[in-house]
Write a protein that binds this ligand. Sequence first.
Ligand SMILES: Cc1ncc(COP(=O)(O)OP(=O)(O)O)c(N)n1
Ligand code: 3NM
Length: 399
Amino acid sequence: MMVLVLSGFDPSGGAGMLQDVKILSALGIRAHGVISALTVQNEEKVFSVSFRDWEEMKREIEVLTPPRVIKVGLARPEVVKNLREMFPDSTIVWNVVLESSSGFRFQDLGEVREFTSYADYVVLNNEEAKRVGEHENFIVTGGHEKDDRIRVRYRELVIEISRVPGEFHGTGCAFSSAIAGFLALNYPVEEAIRAAMELLRKILERSSSVVETEKLLRDWHKYDVLNTLDEILPEFLEIGPLTVPEVGQNVSYALPWAQSEYEVGKFPGRIRLKEGKAVAVSCASFRDRSHTARMTITMMRFYPYMRCTVNVRYRKEYVERARKKGLKVYHYDRSKEPEEIREKEGQSMVWMIERAISELKSPPDLIYNEGWWGKEAMIRVFGRNPKEVLEKIKLMLKE
Ligand SMILES: Cc1ncc(COP(=O)(O)OP(=O)(O)O)c(N)n1
Ligand SMILES: Cc1nc(C(=O)O)sc1CCOP(=O)(O)O
């Protein structure tokens, strides 16, 4: 699936081509991109614009696959007419950008008015629509009104959704690319508008002053973490009778940017032994705090790629085999734990990891301790991901 995009280059990534590509990627659509203008701007202000020459752009377009859907952003208005002559049957969505949200004047009103009929859909805000003069192919957004509803209208259709508070650089650009994307997915235009509004809401809920589509894209990792844990669970259950300790076992696998226990996937309720069989109380989830999650985010403070921790019951022979097979083992002496650490809930795990790293000067494969005042002896195994940790555990189990 592809959409041809002709839009300006906004080095801040909030609008223009960089934003168009992110939006279309969020829909799994490849963008063929031809830059139509270069700008000097940042998230707050536009300083200058220089439009590219059509003949140059045409040479780039001619060698590409003819597009079914075209999105036009910041470009000389006659570009829309030129595209119509090149692709009479393509659907053209034109995001008119008269002025930037910071007030920089991009395009001449009269020129825009002359070329709107060459596009199938023209996306612009209320103020722009009034100045250009209404046309039946206009998709008019609610502009920068202060009320708490966003209103989009197209012919007789009016769709209203609650507004995400704030002004976001790149909203119009992102919205029009989303419409183009849904049209490429064969949505009728009314449904494409509705879906684009919902997608923008989801993105703006994750954004601050710029449309941060990258935050929506990175959320794919949440699916990947939970899917990875659920997929590998049967292998941990299979060896569970040899590895699950009294307190239960957990497999914690963190998101790449995790700094909180709630950004670490785990099995709430843990893996437990029931009549000699290992069972998981629940599916993988980000909810709940967790010892293994806390160990993981502590380890990631020093080695961000070490995203997985599993606790295993202590057996002397497990530790000996680990050492013999070349794993890096750290013995945690709980008796050396300072009183103030012992007294603070959840701090032991942190202190233990910090000690291990400061002594080993590299990530440990295992940290273990024998039993201590009501604390079960324990082995913790660390790695990049659950598969790697499972392999280390299997090394310990094997004679
Ligand atoms: C290259 C480029 N294209 C479009 C814009 C307009 O962005 P913005 O000013 O944030 O307006 P909306 O996209 O929110 O309508 C730009 N600044 N640069
Ligand atoms: C209770 C407990 N202590 C551990 C230690 O390593 O000392 S591991 C553990 C059980 C697993 O913990 P969770 O489900 O909270 O991650």
